[in-house]
Design a protein. Sequence first.
Length: 118
Amino acid sequence: MTKEELKHRTMKFAVQGLRLAESLPRTISGQTVARQVARSATSVAANYRAALRGKSWADFAHKITIVLEEADETVFWIALCERAGHLPPTDLSALAREADELTRIFSATRRTIRNHQS
């Protein structure tokens, strides 16, 4: 996958996260999850874009770590949303899979960076 394809994919993920946030119930718990999903999903795209413009290899590595953490955090919030019963699992499964896959991609990216630094 190219950098441009991954940039497009993270932007699509951010939009899907915002749409999920908009669909959550207007309760305290629903809106708590909504804010967190919106923040973490959009952060994946924003920080990946920032990583591509990193000032150095170390800066790139640091920002990829942030992207990984935000993708993994999105996995958590989607799982919590499901366990809290805010939406049916079928409404969450596609975004959950994408969050998990992005987490795996950025984890592998971080491993590659660490191997090159050694």
